[in-house]
Design a protein around this ligand. Structure first.
Ligand code: PLP
Length: 466
């Protein structure tokens, strides 16, 4: 052990290594010293664990790789062939060309973010997007913030602090990524009053809990789970009527915030923002990067009197949106105004993609694998906190056949190879088969996909692994 530690190269020796010296042309001396020290610490730790020591070549190479990785832009582009359209780990909604162009315009030079060009005086970053959102949803007022979690937090803090908010036990839920209704409530200073049971909450449960300290009735869309079997939740219609009767606003955390009717595509109905507004909710909250198909944002629409209080609250400043995402959001909303969302917005292009097109593309993809793959029937998922259990019929390229040990390793090998190539391509593995779904890949990416598949096949074949 002692000897092994002693055989480690010194920092100085590594600095004189020709490969590290080359890095010195690109990176400052201090950075290289840091990277060398970190690598040597790691080496000592692994030797202490009993691992064999690395050669100086391996150490130099890993320092070079580390320096390159550190100085590469992240997050990096990848091809999502998982068939999950809104994949939170893969960045949720891909943006339209128009949104990307608008984000570049807004960030390249200066812009009129908070400046009124007509009067030459200060303006508000919210004015234009508010007009669009009101037009699209029928709401009196709107406000855009950082994300939906901060939208809900702002709404509760500004309007329910030190007061009570009534929510069904079946909706006092965790959405994922640490967003838990009871905890958000605590953070806001509002008192959570849970009513009903996990599977059944009736309108009289809400009614009985109303007191002079009630600030709101909260509905939370169960966006990532589904209760199957005996269940009865007071519908928003009844909640809205109760709110009117007692002069208590309804807050509606919609999650995805859909503007189009999902049943047109054979999906379950996802609650629509327009409907919540029409029912008279005080505030509706939704995300910009779920089914809306835009950049990350938290959108609040509702009654002017309530939205105005949110705009004035100090927390609004802390959770405000930036010019780049604001520009992307506006450009995402415009196609809805022109009734062109299905054609213009990538997530809706994917949802509305004809099955024949998917099948045709799957066949072309499958050809690259020869007899290692075939096209099978399957399901694409909406994902990302919308339409729990909502799937669309699709066609999948299935690589490796079910339950044969050799085939399993083929699926794993392809999955790993495709993931670690440039650009990475991510599929999903089910029952020892690697599945690639063309639905979550835009047709304009197909050439890139074919190249990726071709080079993975060639590479594994050259290594004799398939
Ligand atoms: C996704 C979701 C959130 C969180 O939205 P973010 O934009 O990710 O902050 C909150 N509530 C519900 C019901 C959701 O589905």
């Amino acid at each position: 052990m002692e000897n092994k530690f002693r055989s480690l190269p010194s920092v100085d020796k590594l600095l004189f290594d020709s490969r590290i010296k080359q890095l010195g042309d690109i990176y400052p001396h201090n950075l290289l010293v840091d990277l060398i020290r970190q690598r040597l610490d790691q080496e000592r730790a692994s030797i202490a664990r009993g691992a064999p020591s690395s050669t100086i070549d391996e150490i130099a190479e890993s320092i070079r790789a580390r320096a390159n990785a550190l100085s590469s832009p992240r997050p990096r582009y990848l091809i999502n062939a998982t068939g999950v359209i809104l994949h939170t780990n893969l960045g949720r909604a891909p943006l339209s060309k128009e949104a990307l162009a608008a984000m570049e315009v807004a960030s390249k030079g200066y812009c009129d973010l908070e400046f009124d060009l007509d009067s030459g005086t200060r303006g508000s970053r919210n004015t234009h997007v508010e007009q669009l959102l009101c037009q699209l949803t029928g709401a009196e007022a709107a406000l855009v913030v950082n994300n939906n979690a901060s939208a809900v937090l702002l709404g509760l803090t500004a309007l329910a602090k030190k007061k009570e908010v009534i929510v069904s036990r079946g909706q006092s839920v965790e959405i994922g990524g640490g967003f838990r209704i009871p905890e958000v409530m605590k953070q806001s200073g509002a008192k959570l009053v849970e009513v009903g049971t996990t599977n059944c909450t009736y309108i009289h449960d809400f009614e009985q809990a109303i007191t002079p300290r009630t600030a709101a009735l909260l509905r939370v869309h169960s966006s990532n789970f589904k209760i199957i079997g005996f269940s009865d939740m007071a519908p928003l219609e009844e909640l809205a009527a109760l709110g009117t009767k007692y002069q208590v606003p309804v807050f509606d955390d919609l999650g995805s915030g859909c503007l189009l009717d999902t049943t047109r595509f054979g999906l379950d109905p996802e609650p629509m923002v327009q409907k919540s507004v029409a029912l008279g909710v005080g505030l509706a909250f939704f995300s910009g990067d779920k089914l809306l198909g835009g950049p990350q944002a938290g959108i609040i629409v509702g009654k002017k009197q309530l939205v105005d209080k949110l705009k004035k609250h100090p927390l609004a400043r802390a959770v405000r949106t930036d010019k780049i995402r604001l520009a992307g959001l506006v450009a995402t909303l415009i196609p809805y105004l022109k009734d062109e969302a299905l054609k213009a917005i990538p997530v809706w292009r994917m949802i509305s993609m004809p099955l024949e097109d998917i099948e045709r593309r799957a066949k072309v993809w499958a050809r690259e694998f020869g007899d290692l793959a075939r096209v099978v029937e399957g399901e694409s998922m909406i994902g990302g906190g919308s339409l729990p259990g909502g799937t669309l019929p699709t066609r999948l390229v299935a690589i490796g056949k079910q339950s044969k040990a050799k085939q399993q390793s083929i699926a794993q090998k392809f999955a790993q190879k495709l993931r670690t190539q440039e650009p990475p391509l991510v599929g999903r593995i089910s029952e020892n088969v690697l599945l690639l779904d063309p639905r979550s890949v835009l047709p304009e990416e197909d050439q890139t996909v074919l190249q990726a598949l071709r080079s993975a096949v060639a590479d594994l074949r050259a290594k004799g692994e398939i």
